[in-house]
Design a protein around this ligand. Structure first.
Ligand code: GLY
Length: 420
């Protein structure tokens, strides 16, 4: 079958790598892709947030199956138009993608589904939002309602920070995404990511992971898109997974179906675990990045079968064949990220690293130029390894990192610290 993956990050490189291991894939195109993806698949330049452009491309290239990586094309309605045109697609419709695209929508769904989450309020003006903060006190969480590339959440440990976040959001720091804000109670505990597939009726858990959101060792520094991840996450015990399914995910799916907007695709629940109970922090309607890199390394070729079963509405017949293994990914980012950074530095040493079913360097912000790989993004590489234990996966990943010669890059040295 001819497959198209939309996206250009480490997540899409990992998806492409897993899909190519499955003999069902005859031809793989990734749009727009990156320098690493270009080494294993065809890359095509395409405006992936324009539904009609994507549809035309799929017709012209006889695409049989489309996998949508990032949230922006989902929120733009790419899946809706592809489905209307008769294509088989992995990803939720625009209405179902509201679970990520609007924080207040998710909170309303949680209320209707009685899913455990933090108490909340929504505001469209600064003054009542500030009054609410003063009345509730800190710590408190301020979120821009819309999509803000992972930057629209401020966990304020004091009232001043929360008030400043309100000013920033209503002053347009996140554009239209900040025209409405959600203020939530602060939740304490350990964060974890839980991934399930849903075909609108059936729900199939496909793995757990833990991300490292802060830029520096010891969970210090500013929030990023994620500086490393590992799978599975030991904090997600079988009992907590079951509670999450029973109290959070299934009631959410039922509520979405009841509203006539069933969720189909991968649902990524960001959870806070405290005293053996999970509460929902947020939903994402796509694979996490870099969690996906660790998940794909564990799932391998079966990832395509699972995504096909999801898109074809037969998840009730699908099974995940888990090996008793662990995967860990270390993100290398350009110095300065998540703030301003220089583009164009050369990365050496990548060609000396073997790429196998248990070690891969997935590319994100890279470009091939003059025979070199150059860094053109904030997060640039996701060095990923699999092992019989988390320690083995970690040691292997850091051994690979040690062979990469890139003075302008940095990484955290403590990925996996909680589990280890
Ligand atoms: N790593 C977090 C995310 O993908 O949203």
């Amino acid at each position: 079958m001819n497959i198209l993956i939309l996206g250009s990050g480490g997540r899409e490189h990992a998806l492409a790598w897993a899909v190519l291991q499955n003999p069902k894939c005859d031809r793989l195109i990734v749009a727009p892709g990156n320098a690493g993806i270009d080494q294993i698949a065809e890359c095509a330049s395409l405006d992936v947030e324009n539904p009609s452009t994507v549809c035309e491309f799929c017709s012209e290239n006889s695409i049989d199956f489309i996998i949508v990586g990032p949230e922006a094309p989902l929120a733009a309605g790419v899946v809706d138009m592809l489905k209307d045109a008769g294509f088989l697609v992995f990803g939720p419709t625009q209405a179902a993608a509201q679970l990520e695209a609007s924080k207040s929508f998710t909170k309303e769904i949680c209320d209707a589904a009685k899913a455990p989450t933090a108490a909340w309020a929504r505001f469209t003006e600064a003054d009542p939002a500030k009054a609410y903060i003063r009345q509730t006190g800190a710590p408190i969480v301020v979120k821009a309602d819309g999509l803000a590339a992972g930057k629209g959440v401020v966990v304020a440990m004091d009232e001043e920070t929360a008030i400043r976040a309100i000013d920033d959001m209503f002053d347009g720091a996140f554009g239209r995404a900040g025209a409405e804000v959600v203020i939530e109670d602060f939740m304490d505990g350990e964060e974890a990511s839980f991934f399930v597939l849903s075909d609108g009726t059936n729900v199939l858990p496909i793995g757990t992971a833990q991300d490292h959101k802060r830029a520096f060792d010891g969970d210090d520094g500013p929030n990023t898109g994620g500086m490393g991840a590992y799978s599975p996450a030991p904090v997600m015990s079988p009992a907590i997974q079951q509670q999450t399914l029973d109290q959070i995910i299934k009631p959410t799916m039922d509520e979405m179906a009841r509203r006539g907007t069933p969720f189909e695709g991968v649902l990524f629940a960001g959870l806070m675990i405290e005293d053996g109970q999970a509460r929902l922090v947020e939903y994402n309607v796509r694979f996490g990045d870099p969690e996906c890199q660790a998940l794909m390394m564990r799932l391998g070729a079966q990832a395509l079968d699972l995504m096909l079963a999801c898109a074809e509405g037969r998840l009730d017949q699908a099974r995940v064949n888990w090996a008793d293994d662990h995967a860990l990914t270390v993100v290398l980012a350009t110095r300065g990220y998540p703030g301003a950074y220089e583009k164009g530095s050369v990365i050496n040493g990548l060609d000396t690293l073997p790429e196998t079913s248990s070690q891969m360097v997935f590319h994100a912000g890279t470009t091939a130029k003059g025979g070199h790989i150059t860094a053109t993004g904030g997060r640039v590489l996701a060095v990923t390894a699999r092992g019989a234990s988390l320690k083995e996966a970690r040691d292997q990943a850091y051994a690979m990192v040690g062979q990469i010669d890139w003075p302008e890059g940095f990484c955290r040295k403590d990925i996996g610290w909680r589990a280890l």
